[in-house]
Design a protein around this ligand. Sequence first.
Ligand SMILES: [Zn+2]
Length: 759
Amino acid sequence: MTGRPSPAGRLAAAAAVLAAALAATGLALRVPPPRPADAPAGEFSARRAEVRLAAMLAAAGGPHPVASAANRRVRDFLQGELAALGLAPEVREAFACGRYRFCAPVANLVARVPGRGPGRPVLLVAHYDSVPAGPGAADDGSGVAILLESARALLADPPARDVVLLLDDGEEVGLAGAEAFLGDRLAREPGAVVNVEARGTGGPSLLFETTGPTGFVAGRIGAAAPGLLASSLFSTFYGLLPNDTDLTALRALSVPGANLAFIGGACRYHTPLDDLSHLDAGSLQHQGESALRLVRSFAAADLGRVPPGEAVFFDVLGLALVRFSTAWARVLAFAAVAASLLACRRVLRGGAATVGGMAAGAAALPLAVAAAAGGGYLAARALGLSAVQRPWVAHPLPLEAAFLACGLAAAALPAAVLGGRARAAGLRAGVALGLGAAASALAAALPGGSYAPLAPAVLAPLAVAASTRPALARAADAAVALAAGLALLPAAWLMYPAMGHAAGPLAAAAVAVAALPLSPLLAELSARARIAAAAAPGLAAVALALAARGAEPADAGCPERVVVYFHQDVDAGRARILASPDLGRLPPAVRAAAAFSAGATVPFGWGGLRPAYEAPARALDLAGPELSVEELSAAGGRLRLRGRLASRRGAPSVQVAVPPGVAVESFSFDGTPVPRAEARTARWFGRWSVFRRLGAPEAGVEVEMVLRVDGPVSIEVADESPGLPPEGAAVAEARRGSAVTAQEGDVTLFTRTIALAPH
Ligand SMILES: [Zn+2]
């Protein structure tokens, strides 16, 4: 070899490898076209499912939250559909409290599709309630339609064992229906569970969570493939996020389980735009056929004898599933490190690298990951948005491209700053050792994610050993980068849809690790060329982040969210209109609709995280919530209260809020104890203890509580009804065209403070 290699040739080769991996992994995440209504009877057809979904949404006539009249219409419709299929649906009514301490009467629907033989059935689950803000065509109307279409397909081509359909209620208020199901005698039967959800209106269906022995579950997923997008990394990552679906509650069944969801178009999640026109029929098809395949696969297994054992698994371009035990992950990671060390020794003996060069190379992986994470964080910060208020923007392309450019710049950075000392062979050795070490650490601590560094780490020693033959080594570098790309880039693609702009550090780091094995290609270039190779994507990242900052964060398809409340403080006789926007400021038309305050503040101590602007309003001539105390006593540092809580204006939801610092030992509605709050729920409510009863009868509900407190204490009671009085409705109307409501929707809220002073 004489002279320096051509920088253009090297960069073009590196870019081609990366582009191929990016394109292949990106294409694998495309949704299939919907199957037509005349598809074979045993198959899943999104067009058939859509017909049922449209009829269900028409029966609902809009949002259909738990304990509402629309919710009952949906239940009646679904009961009719199941009966029309020839099934015998049962309604299981219960009073249940979900995880957020919201309690409601729920009615779950169950129906059994007979299988060909005996054995424990498979439970297929979707929830039929929606949030109050939107019709829930995707969340979880799509899941309900998938259950109906799957039932039809399973009746046409029976599964090996029975499949029990569970259409549950009250998921959106903290999994109340799923919690109620746990107390049902049917809950003892299932040998496996498949849950179908949506956290958006489009995108591919992801098998993002598993329960039970992952070795067995991965085997069933492998048997159900191809087409399934599944990985133990998703499940590990999801486990670290504060999200819930019905499967969170159904984990208590202690059976193998799989959770499917699509997460594209998350802007529309829990808004009025989660409607049929925004639901991607391709997503419905992908999720429906994935669910049906999984159900058939679970039903074909002996669910009475599930072997233990944990596994690591990931799909390769949605075509095949690679799986191995976590024990093998540890062995392979250790072997990769050992093989890298042996290869390093060989290279040192051959004189192709020095110990100092390898030591410098060992800094490459941590440097690239740190630089990518930092860059991705700054790119996301450039938006000036808080991920809590608004995770997703209307035009994410510049932002996603900025994350990609950050990752590429970070991958080129080690060659720029260490390449002169490490040279290609030192860099290659350092990267191989770094990947092996990362795989070993993950195999021990978070095995589900270990395959990401492990896939390139097992090939990297071959590249190190080839260092004495540069042409071969370069080909091996490309192979290592391809393995890294296939393992890591699907996660990089999905990071933004999953988390919004807060995903910047993780997305950029995934790209950096995928591209880093190509860095030895840059190491032999001149210092100037190496710096340029890192600086060019770095500058592109800055330009893209600025472009992302300049783009409108919301538009008609990804609207701004402004939730409007009418609040009346009964004690003070004062009323106000509150408007809580997710972009930090009010749209001009909304601001002009009332005399809004200049700044936003958190309106209730227990109101959670969202600040609101407030405008004075005329108090309504209506009575609010009333707590008639029937028994109040204090003893031993405890205050015991029994009474009846009712809304004197007929609001369907009543609430008790106990201030921070007062421990609630027990609380019950109509004799049903409300479970303890989880730490994160307490955070949502500003550390107040909030107990809500939805669908309360006019006569009110019996409340019993024991507070750990020495002296007198003041609690707050509230009642809440959907919709707004005329003054508030005018503000909501002014929002039309520029913003939409979200989550719990626009509500009217009356509050009172009750001093509890026992004698
Ligand atoms: Zn849902």
